[in-house]
Write a protein that binds this ligand. Structure first.
Ligand SMILES: [Cu+2]
Length: 149
């Protein structure tokens, strides 16, 4: 066997074992993909529920061309479960500075959980073209720090 052949075999083996290792490593990690929740009519009523000081549930409803509720007030450090649905066409649901990119689909509920560790205003925008009023479709999450008052 030629020396360069040996080199190629060793490099290929290293790359392959790195590849297999990264698959096995990633398998054990949980990801924060949105999950689907069985459809229920109660999710089509927009509301914000405070379960305790650190946990909220938001039933977010998208429709032409607004989100309801349009202003969501929460306390700093809270975890918020967003349940998202649409009353008509497909809308997008993107929260700025958060890794949230969901679709609001009629007859479906998408769920994701977000933790808000920094105070401020997080814009929610529709990032799926949904008609003439698409660009006006916005809402916001307002995160208050109770210690700053
Ligand atoms: Cu839109």
């Amino acid at each position: 066997m030629d020396r360069s052949e040996k080199k190629v075999i060793i490099i290929t083996g290293l790359v392959l074992s790195l590849f297999i290792f990264s698959i096995l490593y990633a398998r054990g990690k949980t990801n924060d993909l949105p999950e689907c929740v069985p459809f229920d009519k109660t999710y089509t009523e927009p509301k914000v529920t405070k379960l305790d000081n650190k946990t909220y549930q938001v039933y977010a409803v998208a429709k032409m061309w607004q989100f309801e509720p349009s202003q969501i007030y929460i306390l700093l450090g809270s975890e918020v479960d967003f349940f998202l649905t649409s009353k008509d066409v497909v809308h997008g649901f993107n929260i700025s500075d958060k890794n949230v990119n969901m679709m609001a689909v009629y007859g479906n509920i998408n769920k994701t959980t977000v933790k808000f560790d920094k105070p401020g205003v997080y814009k929610i925008t529709c990032h799926e073209y949904c008609g003439v009023g698409h660009q006006t479709m916005q809402a916001e999450v307002i995160v208050n720090d109770p210690a700053s008052k």
